[in-house]
Write a protein that binds this ligand. Structure first.
Ligand SMILES: [Zn+2]
Ligand SMILES: [Zn+2]
Length: 133
């Protein structure tokens, strides 16, 4: 059986489904994520484009492309919640926090972060046992 995960934005207008397993699941400490999302680091699940399907409310989505980066942030025009963002590889990055919120405040075991990426660009030190790359 193929895994599938449902998420929705805060107001519920946009519903989205991810199927299979992500390419990457990690904490990203890079400056690009910080600029795009205004977070100290980004807890990501990164999927191929066709693994992420909008099930409802596609017309509510706004896509903002950063002028200086090959990155977009895709959010709901009603509530402003980011459903996913994209990177230079065209992957769709879905926040672990969004998955957690839509899954009774638990991140499914198999989607939990396995590493810290771009740790040398960090603004916060993390004291855990995960590999830091
Ligand atoms: Zn919304
Ligand atoms: Zn990043």
């Amino acid at each position: 059986m193929t895994n599938s995960y449902q998420v929705h934005c805060d107001c519920g207008a946009v519903k989205m489904e991810m199927t299979g397993m992500p390419n990457v699941q990690a904490y990203c400490h890079c400056e690009d994520c910080r600029m795009l999302l205004d977070v100290p680091y980004h807890s990501i699940t990164a999927w191929d484009r066709d693994q992420v399907v909008i099930k409802a409310g596609e017309d509510m989505l706004v896509e903002y492309k950063r002028p200086d980066r090959e990155m977009t942030r895709v959010f709901c025009r009603l509530c402003g919640e980011t459903l996913y963002n994209t990177n230079v590889m065209g992957w769709r990055l879905v926040s672990q926090l969004l998955i957690r919120k839509c899954n009774e405040f638990v991140v499914p075991e198999e989607l939990r972060p396995t590493a810290h990426f771009y740790y040398n660009e960090r603004v916060m030190n993390i004291d855990d046992a995960l590999p830091k790359k």
